[in-house]
Design a binder for this molecule. Structure first.
Ligand SMILES: O=C1C[C@@](O)(C(=O)O)C[C@@H](O)[C@@H]1O
Length: 239
């Protein structure tokens, strides 16, 4: 099952994650405090939120890793996949390398950029950092869903994540059917979710379909359809 630092999914409960979405240093400090006191097992830093407003240097990356007391995922969600900052290969490599060296337990790299990130993958292996290979579609659940799963499962990543926007219940069902299928036949842990309000149930029932991690909103939702973190945690403490 999926393990990130000391956080571990079980057959009964997925890992509960939340995202830091700060757009300035004041917000960053406040969100780190909230994250530390929250019910989340793992904290994702969505660095694209901050990059959209200001540069990020190595001192800040180290500070974040040292201030947050839970395992962390470092994520630059690029604009094409629903993030706030466009892809820049040189900067991407530099910031992810700094995150690996600062002690982030996991990094999220979009499948589209993986082929340009070989040095990063090597560094991640050396530092025993979990590499999550991800694919997002912010507008729909593509018809060729299985092609995206195939691409990620055959990539040099440790965990596969697929998040697509659901426009109707059939989209949610399709994502869940495909997830369950791959989870049953593949050894790599899987994370999936259907974004948007129609997809919200996937964040609660995902484990049944093989998804081992779910995101709840700390201050702002880092994707459409996320439940408040406190409600998500309450659900898993009573089910
Ligand atoms: O990939 C994911 C999943 C997500 O998009 C969601 O739908 O909860 C939220 C993102 O912050 C995270 O990186």
């Amino acid at each position: 099952m999926l393990k990130i630092g000391n956080a571990q999914a079980t057959a009964k409960r997925p890992i509960i994650a939340t995202s830091i979405t700060a757009q300035n240093v004041t917000e960053l400090l406040a969100q780190m405090k909230l994250a530390n006191a929250s019910a989340a097992d793992v904290i994702e830093w969505r660095i694209d939120y901050l990059l959209a407003k200001q540069p990020v240097d190595s001192a800040l990356i180290r500070q974040v890793r040292q201030t947050v007391i839970k395992p962390m995922i470092f994520t630059w969600r690029t604009a094409t996949e629903g993030g706030l900052f466009g892809f820049n290969a040189k900067m991407y490599r530099k910031l992810y390398l700094l995150a690996i060296k600062a002690g982030f337990e996991a990094i999220d790299i979009e499948a589209a950029w993986l082929f340009e990130m070989t040095p990063l993958l090597t560094a991640a292996r050396q530092h025993r950092v979990v590499v999550i290979g991800s694919y997002h579609h912010p507008k729909r659940t593509p018809n060729d869903l299985r092609a995206h799963f195939d691409k990620l499962f055959s990539a040099p990543v440790d965990v596969v994540k697929v998040a697509t926007f659901a426009n109707d219940a059939a989209d949610v069902d399709r994502l869940q059917t495909v997830s369950a299928d791959y989870a049953a036949h593949q050894v790599k842990p899987l994370i999936t979710m259907a974004m948007g309000s129609v997809g919200q149930r996937s964040r609660l029932e995902g484990l049944r379909y093989g998804s081992e991690l779910t995101f709840g909103a700390l201050v702002n939702a880092s994707a459409p359809g996320q439940l408040a973190l406190a409600d998500l945690a309450k659900h898993f403490s009573t089910h």
